[in-house]
Design a protein around this ligand. Structure first.
Ligand code: PHE
Length: 337
């Protein structure tokens, strides 16, 4: 019986050290209720009174040895498992990371936002209007009747006789004055369409930003001060503004507005083509006919309006000499801004 016990111990310890993956199975096999050691102990009843304590002690020692080995082996396997996991999840923090491509705001959007921020700072609201527009808003309500020659200067995409793709953002002036009562102070950025062939300075789709202020006592002086403030914020503190007489059917008087060249300060360079001045927008005092058409009394209220091309400002500010670059969307180009 002693031999059996010692054999069980030897076998159990070997099995534990050799394999031991399923420690619970081995425990049941040797120490469980139907296990080998238990089976031996059951046979102890047949032993003599002198043998029983001797064998009993050996049996206890064998049990203790096996239990101890199970505990030791369990701890050993646990450490091994952690080590294996650490090895498989090893991370070399010195390996260079993958470059994450960061998106860029398109230069047109950038300039548009810059302009919006300047006017928001002066208390303007942003208002948007439809790109598919009625002839009425794009022309008639802007004091451009059906046979007016001004229609020829804006080669318009017509959808039906009286529906078109807006050729300017000025229709938003009318839509706003129909809905709001003075004081009105809005800008309206957006896409406009003209059937122009694509070249370095033309595109059938481009962007404008309209401005409109209507209140009691609004003057041309207010218009000039506003545009001076805008020009200084947009192009630099030393920028000067110059008005040249012009004609728009929906403003009277009207002006084309130049800023002093922000590249050469007015001495004349490539950017301003030696002029010292750069034309950036059209503006004027809202024509009384336009106010009247929106049910605003021109004897009580006056207003100014201006409109500028966003691409034009982007090209000038970023010294880009071909407008097509703005639409090709080559990321190598766009990533520079
Ligand atoms: N809508 C005019 C254009 O596209 C610009 C403009 C707007 C002029 C507002 C005067 C007032 O040329």
């Amino acid at each position: 019986m002693k031999q059996t016990l010692l054999r069980i111990r030897e076998e159990a310890l070997r099995a534990l050290s050799e394999n031991g993956a399923d420690l619970e199975a081995l425990r049941i096999r040797y120490l469980g209720k139907k296990g080998e050691l238990t089976a031996v102990l059951r046979g102890m009843g047949a032993l003599s009174a002198e043998e029983r304590p001797v064998i009993g002690q050996i049996a206890n020692e064998v049990r203790a040895a096996i239990e101890e080995e199970i505990t030791r082996r369990a701890a050993e396997l646990k450490v091994a498992a952690i080590e294996a996991r650490l090895a498989s999840e090893k991370l070399d923090v010195t390996v260079p990371g993958d470059e994450v491509a960061v998106g860029h705001v398109h230069p047109i959007s950038r300039i548009q936002r810059e302009m919006e921020d300047i006017f928001i700072g002066m208390g303007y609201d942003i208002v948007e209007g439809p790109e598919v527009e009625y002839d009425y808003y794009n022309f008639q309500a802007l004091n451009i009747p059906p046979d007016h020659p001004a229609r020829d200067t804006q080669d318009t995409f017509y959808i039906t006789d009286n529906i078109l793709l807006r050729s300017q953002t000025s229709p938003v002036q009318v839509r706003t004055m129909e809905k709001r009562r003075p004081p009105i102070r809005i800008i309206s950025p957006g896409r406009v369409y003209r059937s122009d062939a694509v070249d370095a300075s033309h595109s059938p789709l481009f962007h404008q930003m309209e401005g409109l202020v209507v209140d009691r006592g609004v003057t041309m002086g207010n218009l000039k001060a506003t545009l001076e403030m805008f020009a200084r914020k947009m192009f630099g503190e030393d920028t000067r503004v110059r008005f040249r007489p012009h004609h728009f059917p929906f403003t009277e008087p009207s002006a084309e507005v130049d800023v002093s060249c922000f590249a050469c300060g007015g001495k004349g360079c490539r950017l301003c083509k030696g002029e010292g001045w750069i034309e950036i927008l059209g503006a004027g005092m809202v024509h009384p006919n336009v106010l009247r058409g929106c049910d605003i009394d021109p004897d009580e209220y006056s207003g100014f309006a201006f409109g500028m091309g966003i691409e034009r400002v982007a090209l000038l500010k970023y010294h880009i000499d071909d407008m097509r670059l703005l639409y090709e969307n080559d990321v190598r180009f766009l990533a520079q801004f």
